[in-house]
Design a protein around this ligand. Structure first.
Ligand code: SAM
Length: 282
């Protein structure tokens, strides 16, 4: 069945035919290896009847692998030439497959057909974290997914509190659900070959949202402040957001958080507790 996916020759031919010179700006590195596609699809446990959201389908490498499972795919692609070609490629390789292509910036999308339950994507590097958080925030139908991102970024997304790379993306990701790494991917499976390695990240959303939008915003503001000065104690790093360091200490004490801790020790729930104490004291 390897012929149902795109290999290096097909990818180059398609790009040439469309006059597409892959750009770094749009993170255009296309997967040319069928085994990698199958691996992603397997980790994502996609099945017939699922509607999958794919961001940045590019020339369709992953899209074809997803459609092969019998799932429906909603693909959001910013590049007009790629968005126009995709249905033609799919019709040729996989006639009758259920594909909807939306030509749009994923960071601006406000509506998705079919209430996709999964996100499976090889995300454009430069916007991978913003895109992921934006989709989780705005599309609650997405319950789980697998994304391929730059290795360092993925390790941050999946990092537990206290680890060296734990930071603002780790806390924000944890706000929405549980993230884990699901294996590295060599840069050699792409054309053009990027300057970094990639990693698969699998996630499952929390059963219930952690809190309201107002508390999420307040929490994320605290998280950003805490990690802008990650070596400082929280009463210091949060002093501007919470007023001054005395007020910050008071609010944290009310929240049951030690003001001399550093942000890297706190879970998403801890930051939420501080935000709650902050809003309650207004
Ligand atoms: N899925 C394809 C694959 O695996 O071969 C391509 C992945 S490539 C890393 C990223 C894709 O995202 C490109 O096709 C690029 O044009 C598209 N893209 C970049 N920025 C985007 C955005 N803001 N919204 C939607 N698509 C975007």
């Amino acid at each position: 069945a390897a012929r149902s996916l795109l290999g290096p020759a097909e990818i180059r031919d398609l790009a040439e035919m469309l006059g597409v010179n892959p750009t770094k700006k749009l993170g255009q590195n296309f997967v040319i290896d069928g085994n990698t596609v199958r691996r992603i699809v397997k980790v994502a446990t996609v099945s017939p009847g699922d509607t999958v959201l794919e961001v940045g389908p590019g020339l369709g490498s992953l899209t074809l692998g997803l459609l092969e499972t019998g799932a429906a795919v909603v693909a959001v692609e910013i590049d007009e030439r790629l968005a126009e070609q995709l249905p033609l490629t799919v019709e040729l390789m996989h006639p009758g497959a259920q594909l909807t292509v939306i030509r749009q910036d994923a960071l601006k999308i406000t509506e998705l057909p079919g209430d996709p339950s999964r996100l499976v994507a090889n995300l454009p590097y430069n916007v991978s974290v913003p895109v992921l958080l934006y989709l989780l925030e705005n599309f609650p139908s997405i319950r789980a997914g697998v994304v391929m991102v730059q290795a360092e970024v993925g390790e941050r997304l999946a990092a537990p509190p206290g680890s060296k790379v734990y930071g603002s993306p780790s806390v924000k990701a944890a706000w929405y659900g549980a993230f884990r790494t699901a294996g590295k991917v060599s840069r050699q499976v792409f054309w053009p070959v990027p300057g970094v390695d990639s990693i698969l990240i699998a996630f499952e959303r929390r059963l219930e949202p952690l809190e309201s939008e107002e508390l999420r915003r307040a929490t994320f503001t605290l998280v950003d402040a805490a990690f802008q000065q990650r070596r400082k104690m929280l009463r210091q790093s949060l002093s501007l957001v919470l007023g001054d360091s005395t007020t910050a200490s008071e609010i944290m004490t009310r929240a049951g958080i030690d003001p001399t801790e550093r942000g890297e020790q706190l879970t998403a729930e801890d930051f939420l507790a501080i935000a709650r104490a902050q809003l309650a004291g207004r």
